[in-house]
Design a protein around this ligand. Structure first.
Ligand SMILES: Nc1ncnc2c1ncn2[C@@H]1O[C@H](COP(=O)(O)OP(=O)(O)OP(=O)(O)O)[C@@H](O)[C@H]1O
Length: 270
């Protein structure tokens, strides 16, 4: 029987170099079929975590387990197999601006299945575009579409290979409130319709809480503040969690980076 867990982050510590640790003893569980958020401010190591799951870098300590198999960055066959099961929506979509909407979605299909007949590529790409409501925009160039549409096209591309795990890096960045809501609902809908598992990295607590089953809150320095369902986290009376969820500028996490008193820096009162 398959376990409930698709991805396990097991006591992972990581730094790009020896001087600075980015993730410290991080443990997380991503359950099959669920949408899970990793929330935290800029620079707390969220994107880094996605890179580790994708096998771009190995952890310094701990392990990452993908469907029962430890991710081993030295095993190229395993990495290829695992990446084939992953869909990734990069920050700001990262579409090919010179290609049409259709060609952007067809790109991973052409790359992974060079022998696939054109008629099959067409059917799959159009189906994916239909799922995000943009089949009618297939012939447009990326330069002709709005930011919100571009995000949906990136979503269609991320699901083109029917991934079991879809990782979204800041899917709401730079979107107006309506496009944000549309994107959030689509993430949920696509997850449920395709039976996949989704991981959403974001600093947007309120938008994520509308659609996720579970969330991890991370703080600067690469540690976990709290985890739970949106309802559990919203009820928390931990001051740091409350600051986080309400987006308050000051609380246990200080607005000011540590500095000497202002008067001293300005040379006054000396
Ligand atoms: N390739 C890299 N080499 C060295 N340091 C890096 C590299 N990528 C990121 N970092 C550093 O690691 C830290 C964590 O970055 P990361 O991108 O994981 O944070 P994040 O939480 O995703 O933030 P953001 O939302 O701003 O992308 C940052 O201080 C960043 O400067």
């Amino acid at each position: 029987m398959k376990s409930d867990t698709l991805i396990e982050i097991d006591h992972v510590t990581f730094g790009y170099d020896a001087e600075r640790t980015i993730l410290r003893d991080v443990s997380m569980t991503f359950r099959r079929g669920q949408v899970t958020a990793i929330l935290g401010g800029s620079g707390c190591g969220k994107t880094t975590l996605l890179r580790l799951i994708g096998g771009v870098y190995p952890p310094n300590q701990g392990r990452i387990v993908f469907d029962g198999e430890q991710v081993d960055t030295r095993d190229k066959d395993q990495l290829f197999r695992q990446r084939r099961r992953l869909g990734m929506l990069f920050q700001f979509g990262a579409l090919f601006t010179d290609l049409t909407v259709f060609e952007n979605v067809a790109f991973p299909l052409r790359e992974h299945f060079p022998d696939l007949p054109e008629s099959a590529i067409r059917d799959i790409a159009l189906m994916k575009l239909n799922a995000v409501g943009l089949r009618g925009a297939a012939a447009l160039r990326i330069s002709q579409v709005s930011g919100g549409m571009a995000r949906r096209i990136a979503l269609a591309r991320a699901i083109s290979l029917d991934p079991e795990l879809i990782m979204y890096d800041e899917p709401f960045a730079g979107l107006d409130p309506i496009s944000m809501g549309v994107t959030a609902n689509l993430i949920r809908k696509l997850n449920d319709a395709t039976g996949s598992t989704s991981l959403v990295v974001s600093h947007d607590v309120q938008e994520c809480f509308q659609i996720v089953d579970y969330a991890y809150l991370m703080r600067a320095g690469g540690t976990i503040v709290a985890e739970g369902t949106p309802a559990e986290l919203s009820r928390s009376d931990d001051p740091e969690v409350r600051q986080f969820i309400r987006g308050e500028p000051d609380g246990p996490v200080k607005f000011h980076y540590p500095a000497p008193p202002l008067a001293q820096d300005l040379g006054a009162g000396a």
